[in-house]
Design a protein around this ligand. Structure first.
Ligand code: CAA
Length: 257
């Protein structure tokens, strides 16, 4: 499928999505929204793919929702369209998605990165929710996800002052899983994705589902859910293979069954 605002490619078992609106620092407009969601669907449906990476350019992962496209919107139009609700489709992607962030991840860009399963940042990355400076607030999940990731105090600081957080602060605060030198970002993200894609896909998907569950339910319900999913894994051929390979001191060969 031809996309206008992104580039897609497969690297082995990894699906790579590169945001590609350099003239607008990858600002998220309706075209980019449509393209990213369609590419995610395509990689989700592709049985050869085990993990997805979303990245941007060196200067910007994405500098937010497209302000120029948004500025003349009305309340009624936004309400009737349920503006940004289409991004909920990302929650239905069951394969892991890694955000590889270099440069600006602001507003919707920060929110898109947070909607991925984890973020690997380059040492040049800058995160922020500057919507307050435009007279609005985050609308793609920032007030909720950022608060869960970095806690109330820092989320309030970010949303109310609109300041940016550098990569070191983002790692310290738990927003990103690791920081790598700028020149190695894509290589490191692809290496992580390749590793994930080498494991049993059902086991990977169940791990993702269980971690995500912790955001939705109480600890006791989450623990019960984890145990039930864990029990079900003993029905996987890949569990037998993984544990046999360990005992026999060889590399496992998973068949996604
Ligand atoms: N929307 C539309 N266009 C954008 C954009 C955005 N979010 N961010 C940057 N651009 C455009 C600029 O208008 C400029 O276009 P022109 O060359 O046609 O003027 C081009 O990208 C390059 O940007 P700058 O010249 O501003 O680059 P810079 O290096 O001087 O500054 C920046 C970089 C600090 C990121 C600055 O571009 C900026 O502040 N961008 C806006 C950030 C922002 O407020 N994001 C939040 C958007 S609202 C939102 O996201 C709501 C939500 O919750 C979903």
């Amino acid at each position: 499928m031809a996309y206008e605002t992104i580039l897609t490619e497969t690297r082995g078992k990894v699906g790579l999505i590169t945001l590609n609106r350099p003239q607008a620092l990858n600002a998220i407009n309706s075209g980019l929204t449509r393209d990213v969601l369609a590419a995610l669907q395509a990689f989700e449906a592709d049985t050869t793919i085990g993990c997805i990476v979303i990245t941007g350019s060196e200067k910007a992962f994405a500098a937010g929702a497209d302000i120029k496209e948004m500025q003349s919107r009305s309340f009624v139009q936004s309400y009737l369209d349920d503006f940004f609700a289409e991004w909920d489709a990302m929650l239905r992607v069951r394969k892991p998605i890694i955000a590889a962030v270099s440069g600006y991840a602001l507003g919707g860009g920060c929110e898109l990165a947070m909607a991925c399963d984890f973020i690997i940042a380059s040492d040049t990355a800058k995160f922020g929710q500057p919507e307050i400076t435009l007279g609005v607030m985050p609308g793609m999940g920032g007030s909720q996800r950022l608060t869960r990731f970095v806690g109330k105090s820092k989320a309030m600081d970010m949303c109310l002052t609109g300041r940016m957080m550098d990569a070191a602060e983002a790692e310290r605060s738990g927003l990103v899983s690791r920081v790598v030198p700028a020149g190695e970002l894509l290589e490191e993200a692809l290496k992580a994705a390749d590793k994930i894609a080498s494991f049993s896909l059902p086991a990977v998907m169940m791990n993702k589902e269980a971690v995500n569950r912790s955001y939705e339910v109480s600890l006791s319900e989450g623990l019960r859910f984890e145990r039930r999913v864990f029990h079900s894994m003993f029905a996987l051929e890949d569990q037998k293979e993984g544990m046999s390979a360990f005992s026999e001191k060889r590399k496992p060969s998973f068949n996604n069954r």
